[in-house]
Design a protein around this ligand. Structure first.
Ligand code: C2E
Ligand code: MG
Ligand code: MG
Length: 592
């Protein structure tokens, strides 16, 4: 392309200004008007080069298009106006006159448009990419933050704040997982349930802060000693250790022993050297045979065995013992309903005068007609009732029923026997005993002298001053007080002197010796002891009844040493009162 000399009317500035005017307002431009004009001036010069270059250079148009986009003249309208202004004015403003100028112009516009479109597309892609990256980064950050806070939250939810040991929740999770791992039915698992001995004393005497520090010290020791096993704190001074994949009970026992040793080390807490011990209940069994709840319940019972045996030891779960205890528990739980349903009744056994065979009194012995187990003897439920406190209710019923029945005896015989009722230790210690007895006697009309209360020697020995005063009030009323099973405890007769006692019932064990032939040396010794006892009792104005008298020889030897009365199969087995009452007069002077 050539330009005739002297005909150069080229004016790129004019064109650039017109161009700037055309695109103004088509998009937001981050530059001043002068800057825009300068830019477009530069681009106009480039376009002029393109229109004149030989051969025609496609790239220039494209570069111009791209630069427009870079300068943010990037809207469809901006491009439209640009094309328009170039078409209308460029050739004229540059004063170009070549014959192929039309053709060059068309190609130039096409390349500008192409460059423009490409740059716009690239910019959009870049922007999209940037947005995508920013979104990804933001998401990753949000996820990390969430994970962190979730982890923190989960830690709090699954750990004990005091010791930072896993808590019950985590322990239960892990135990459940251990018991339900697929395809591992043959696996065995052990649980050691640990409780500190007498921790309450530490808390009460040294304060909760020291108690807390001690717990932290114990937790740290357990963690250090049993690192590979999960050690959790269940609350208070209770810890539990999960022993996974045991080969047998020995594995769990070894862990328990290590735990006991760790706890036993003296701990220095706030300047106090504290030595604590612990008790552990161990359960170890095949995972297929158990559930978490069952395992923990068994471990808990076993822990109580260790405590009951004196603490500072481990106990191993024993299915038979557990079954027996459950049965006992079920039995004790059934007592209140049995009382309501009238399943208890009283048998009576005579206390017979050795001098003349008269029935002096009758001991009320409670029985339970259990709907499934048949008639139960007191030995199988009195202890339970004592442990559970139900003896108050049951004993109250026995006392009332015995007084009620004894009152009817008087109706038949003028010289009616007294009724002898066994009182459990809780009944003796109950503050309302005197009132209860007084009310009962008033209600039934039974004379106080026809009621005897039997209190075992051990109850008597463990009884404080207050209950003894109550017994004295009752004795002053005329109620008879007997010491039951005398000789099985460590009561001495001097102690008896201070007690409001009317009668000693000598335990059957002492009377058994009298069954042997009278010339047997051991038997003679027993007899001499009994004789001494009888004469000492008499010196204290206390009568003596021998229990468990099964033979006529025993009865004869007891009479010979001046024993007052006897009770036992020889004189009558426990049964309905009627059967003894009917025999009473006929027995006088005989059958002894
Ligand atoms: P216990 O008070 O020493 O009663 C005497 C026990 O000896 C009775 O047993 C009686 O059946 C048994 N026995 C009587 N004669 C003979 C004999 O010749 N040979 C032998 N081997 N045993 C004889 P039972 O009825 O089984 O009562 C056991 C214990 O249960 C009683 O001993 C008493 O401590 C307690 N008990 C019975 N009823 C009550 C009650 O209502 N309340 C309380 N707290 N305890 C009661
Ligand atoms: Mg008795
Ligand atoms: Mg007795």
């Amino acid at each position: 392309m050539t330009e005739p000399a002297g005909r150069d009317r080229s004016c790129p500035g004019t064109f650039a200004r017109a161009w700037a005017k055309a695109v103004a307002g088509t998009s937001y431009l981050p530059m001043a008007q002068a800057q825009l004009e300068a830019l477009l001036q530069r681009l106009t010069e480039r376009l002029a080069v393109a229109l004149r270059s030989e051969p025609f250079d496609l790239r220039i148009g494209q570069q111009v298009g791209a630069e427009l986009v870079r300068a943010h003249i990037a809207s469809a309208e901006g491009l439209g106006r640009t094309v328009e202004v170039i078409q209308l004015r460029l050739v004229r403003d540059l004063g170009l006159v070549a014959e192929d100028v039309e053709d060059r112009m068309a190609r130039l516009l096409a390349t500008v448009a192409t460059g423009y479109a490409r740059a716009l597309r690239d910019r959009t892609l870049d922007e999209q990419e940037t947005i995508r990256r920013a979104a990804m980064t933001a998401r990753a950050q949000a996820e990390r933050a969430l994970r962190d806070s979730e982890a923190r939250f989960r830690h709090q939810a699954t750990h004990d704040p005091l010791t930072d040991l896993p808590n019950r929740t985590l322990f239960t999770e892990r135990l459940t997982a251990a018991l339900t791992r697929p395809g591992r039915h043959a696996d065995r698992v052990g649980v050691c349930f640990l409780d500190l001995d007498r921790f309450k004393v530490v808390n009460d005497s040294l304060g909760h802060q020291v108690g807390d520090r001690l717990l932290i010290a114990v937790a740290n020791r357990l963690r250090a000693a049993l690192g590979e096993h999960l050690v959790a704190r269940l609350g208070g001074d209770e810890f539990v250790i999960l022993v996974e994949r045991t080969a047998g009970t020995d594995d769990a026992v070894r862990v328990a022993e290590a735990a006991l040793a760790a706890v036993n080390e003296p701990a220095l807490v706030d300047g106090h050297e504290l030595t604590v011990s612990a008790s552990i209940g161990i359960v170890e069994r095949q995972v297929a045979d158990t559930t978490p709840v069952e395992l923990m319940r068994a471990a808990d019972s076993t822990l109580h065995w260790a405590k009951a045996a004196g603490g500072a030891r481990w106990s191993l779960f024993d299915a038979d013992r557990n079954r027996r205890e459950l049965a006992r528990y079920a039995l004790s739980a059934a007592i209140p309903t049995a009382l309501e349903r009238g399943e208890f009744y009283l048998d009576y056994q005579p206390l017979t005068a050795l001098r003349d065979g008269r029935v002096l009194g009758m001991e009320a012995l409670v029985r339970w007609r259990h709907p499934e187990l048949g008639v139960l003897r007191p030995d199988s439920f009195i202890g339970l009732a004592e442990e559970t406190g139900l003896i108050g209710q049951l004993g109250g019923w026995v006392l009332a029923e015995a007084c009620r029945e004894a009152r009817t005896w008087a109706d038949q015989a003028g010289d009616a026997p007294f009724v002898s009722v066994n009182l459990a230790v809780q009944q003796v210690r109950r503050p309302g005993l005197v009132d209860e007895v007084r009310a009962l006697l008033g209600r039934t009309g039974l004379p106080p002298g026809r009621l005897q209360l039997e209190i075992t020697e051990s109850t008597m020995m463990s009884t404080a001053e207050e209950p003894v005063r109550a017994l004295r009030v009752l004795a002053d009323l005329g109620v008879r007080i007997a010491i039951d099973d005398f000789g099985t405890g460590y009561c001495n007769l001097a102690y008896l002197r201070g007690l409001p006692v009317t009668e000693l019932k000598v335990a059957g064990e002492f009377v058994t010796g009298l069954r042997a032939p009278a010339d047997d040396p051991a038997s003679r010794t027993d007899e001499r002891i009994l004789a001494a006892l009888v004469s000492l009792a008499h010196a204290l104005r206390v009568t003596v009844t021998a229990e468990g008298v099964e033979t006529a020889e025993q009865a004869a030897r007891l009479r010979a040493i001046d024993c007052d009365a006897a009770q036992g199969w020889h004189f009558g087995r426990p049964g309905p009162a009627r059967q003894h009452l009917d025999r009473s007069p006929a027995l006088s002077g005989t059958g002894v």
